[in-house]
Design a protein around this ligand. Sequence first.
Ligand code: DC
Length: 220
Amino acid sequence: MPDPIPVLTIDGPSGAGKGTVSRTIAKRLGWHFLDSGAIYRALARAVMTRGTDTGDEQAVARVASEMDLEFICDEDVQIQLDGRDVTDSLYTEECGRVASKIAAFPAVRRALLEKQRAFRKSPGLVADGRDMGTVVFPEASYKVFLTATPEERARRRFLQLKGQGLDVNLDQIIKDLEERDRRDRERKEAPLVAAKGAVEIDSSALSVEEVVDRVLALLP
Ligand code: DC
């Protein structure tokens, strides 16, 4: 039986190029796009704004259930948290660090599961994250695990932040990236790992276009 609403999952560590590749593919196929990292980042932002203790699993999970999160998709995606546009504030190093920390809580992951699954709508979904192919959409028809060397991932992040006019330090970025990778890979609940059957692509020496072509070649 053909898959009624096909899902393509793209998991991998930060800086592997998942975001750009997933967005490009979703646009090209006319499919919906789930940036699950943005959901964890928005929760981090909500927790920081409310002054919730980031070490209190139940309190953070309550915020996850209560927060009103909306993705408004136009030319670009705008993310609204409790009625306010928070898009630009989600991509700071601090927000990434807090997101990675609270993402290790099982109760938080459970609270966000259905919010993520709700993105599966016709004609299809491209889902970008850490556990898209293992936990959120284990039945997905197409699964990719996208990696790159830590040096290349740090270099990309450095250029991206510099391009935003931020004063950045490469050594600090490498340290943050290693710390976040370690936490995402070693946590007990939904750790970053390639899903069974996922096709692994190392993007270190590939352009975005080359990665996109390799992923699209997996689809009929
Ligand atoms: O992809 P990102 O860097 O925007 O994600 C931020 C953090 O959110 C990441 O360090 C771990 C967490 N995350 C997660 O645990 N599961 C996902 N599916 C996506 C992100």
